[in-house]
Write a protein that binds this ligand. Structure first.
Ligand SMILES: O=C[C@H](O)COP(=O)(O)O
Length: 253
């Protein structure tokens, strides 16, 4: 079911004490989450159980991992599997964040395997896509994003796309303070929905939550989120400040 989602991606930030303060601070805000909305907190692996425990009685709050490996278990030193994440009650996994693609060389094929293993182990992927600056300047961003989606997701059956979340994150807008305009976000997100419509039909396309990510802040979230194909945001820097993220949650439509 399509939901409006405010997702925090803490990335590789926070000591244990900072993580505790951040989650407690959010809880203290006492924001009530209505049924068709969700708040997802993607924390570093060491804090997953803590986040899960603290948020377990909070309606609408979900916990996400920021990555997973392609295999369920075995000799893969340093990796974390979706079987493990499922066993501690994690709800979502961010797949294919541009930092994973760029810094760790994750390609569309590997990401298709990560999506598969998430779905096998009852974890919902938040599948990230988005173009670098040069592609935007060449005006080939629509083809670029379509290729990312086609190569990583088009092998899925329609039923596997229930509860699926996509995050469009133009790389030139991540952590730069340079946000895509709400119009640019809407145009791309309508395009993404149309890609799913052509492959899977209108009902499936309409059921997918498509988030925007890239310098979402308290002062621009409302304008971006009110666009018809923007179902909330994947928020980096601003999710590390309680008051900022609380305002972003309240900006969901
Ligand atoms: O996952 C979040 C995105 O990379 C956006 O990060 P940002 O809000 O710091 O630009």
């Amino acid at each position: 079911m399509r939901k409006q989602i405010a997702a925090a991606n803490w990335k590789m930030n926070c000591t244990l004490q900072q993580a505790i303060d951040l989650i407690d601070g959010l809880i203290k805000e006492n924001i009530s989450i209505i049924p068709d909305r969700e708040v997802v907190i993607a924390v570093p692996f060491p804090y997953l159980i803590l986040a899960k425990e603290k948020l377990k009685n909070r309606n609408g709050f979900k916990v996400a991992a920021q990555n997973c490996y392609t295999q369920s278990s075995g000799a893969f030193t340093g990796e974390v599997s979706t079987v493990m994440l499922n066993s501690i009650g994690i709800d979502y996994v961010i797949i294919g964040h541009s930092e994973r693609r760029e810094i760790f060389g994750e390609d569309n094929k590997m990401l298709s395997q990560k999506v598969d293993i998430c779905l096998t182990n009852n974890l919902k992927p938040i599948f990230c896509c988005g173009e670098p600056l040069q592609i935007r300047e060449n005006e080939t961003q629509n083809e670029y994003v379509e290729k990312q989606i086609r190569e990583s997701l088009f092998h899925l059956e329609s039923a596997q796309l229930e509860n699926f979340v996509v995050a469009y994150e133009p790389i030139w807008a991540i952590g730069t303070g340079k946000t895509a305009s709400s119009q640019q976000a809407q145009e791309m997100q309508a395009h993404i929905r149309n890609i799913f419509k052509e492959k899977y039909g209108g009902a499936i396309a309409a059921s997918i939550s498509i988030l925007y990510g890239g310098s979402v802040k308290a002062n621009n979230a409302k304008e971006i989120f009110e666009k018809p194909d923007v179902d909330g945001g994947l928020v980096g820097g601003a999710s590390l400040v309680v008051a900022e993220f609380a305002t972003i949650i309240k900006s969901l439509k």
